[in-house]
Design a binder for this molecule. Structure first.
Ligand SMILES: CC(C)(COP(=O)(O)OP(=O)(O)OC[C@H]1O[C@@H](n2cnc3c(N)ncnc32)[C@H](O)[C@@H]1OP(=O)(O)O)[C@@H](O)C(=O)NCCC(=O)NCCS
Length: 290
């Protein structure tokens, strides 16, 4: 088996391997947010591929392929922003897991972050993944999620929230540094091109939230809990049909308060893995761009 740098022309194969691995995982564990085993939609696959091409471009030293006899058997994508190393995603072909491929891939990806003080990843419920991360020195913080249909009668009056643009990137990078210790930098351009951005910037506090095409809250950062709650309500008010607010740590009780008021259901899935960091707040991380 060879571990080699990932190339742009590996992205389609990695995407389909990743879909197979996470589908098989949801069959084993029952699925995230109570959704049960699900294949990716074409839209979701396209978004995955675009994000991975972006990471291969910005962090070629962080993205690795495991190949056996010319066949791709696994991959890991990671990136460095400021002084933090982030694991975006990581999978080994079902049927070949538990034989050391993942250990070799994670070592190659973590080498990319060897000069970093901090590290962050969002772990699945896979006991193999959890074991790997714990052995790699990560603290594991359980993640909760909110799901359901918003009780529209509960939505408060929402003021001081507007659509965001590329002109907000400096503000967003500052909020990222204040909450998670590292700016998203070039990732904001990618996120702006695929998701809706809402911004609140007032004398009492600033924040932003991205909402993806599936109506999921993709990422939220704010200077205080009140602004964070206002932005979450704005994202929920925008929804029609079922919503999901994933990746909530215990440090973000303000989001659970909003969820309870909106009559959403609370569940648990996976872990936020951190090294040299406390769980960011007020903050809702993205699973891959974190
Ligand atoms: C997570 C993943 C990439 C790891 O790759 P892998 O090739 O299986 O990893 P390894 O074989 O190197 O390591 C797995 C470890 O878990 C152990 N393991 C295997 N089955 C296990 C089980 N059912 N429960 C607990 N540990 C288990 C292995 O013995 C090994 O530990 P060891 O090296 O200390 O003996 C892979 O399992 C996978 O693709 N899972 C599904 C997708 C996923 O969850 N990705 C991670 C997203 S955060």
């Amino acid at each position: 088996m060879e571990i080699r740098p990932m190339r742009r022309d590996d992205v389609a194969t990695a995407e389909s391997l990743s879909d197979d691995a996470f589908f098989e995982l949801t069959q084993r564990t029952g699925g995230r947010a109570g959704a049960g085993p699900q294949r990716r939609t074409t839209e979701h696959s396209d978004e995955w591929a675009r994000r991975t091409e972006h990471l291969v471009r910005t962090d070629p030293g962080g993205c690795w392929i495991a190949e056996d006899d010319g066949r791709v058997v696994g991959f890991a994508t990671s990136f460095v922003r400021d002084t933090t190393w982030f694991l975006a995603t990581y999978a080994v072909r079902p049927g070949l897991q538990g034989r050391g491929v993942g250990t070799a891939l994670l070592a190659a990806a973590m080498h990319h972050g060897r000069g970093c003080l901090h590290a962050m990843l969002s772990a699945s419920d896979d006991p193999r993944a959890v074991r790997r991360y714990k052995l790699a020195g990560f603290d594991l913080h359980p993640q909760m999620h909110l799901s359901g249909t918003v009780d529209r009668t509960a939505i408060p009056l929402i003021e001081k929230v507007r659509d965001g643009t590329a002109a907000d990137i400096d503000l967003m990078n500052s909020l990222d540094r204040a909450t998670r210790g590292a700016a998203h930098g070039p990732d904001h351009e990618l996120m702006l091109s695929v998701w809706r951005l809402l911004v609140s910037d007032t004398t009492t506090g600033s924040g932003y939230v991205y909402v993806d095409a599936r109506g999921r809250v993709a990422l939220l950062a704010a200077g205080n809990r009140r602004t964070a709650a206002r932005l979450l309500w704005a994202a929920l008010a925008d929804s029609s049909g079922p919503v999901v607010v994933p990746h909530l740590t215990a440090a973000n009780q303000w989001a659970l308060d909003v969820g309870v008021e909106a009559r959403l259901e609370l569940g648990q899935a996976g872990y936020l893995g951190l090294r040299g960091l406390q769980p960011p707040a007020p903050y809702i991380h993205h699973g891959a761009l974190l």
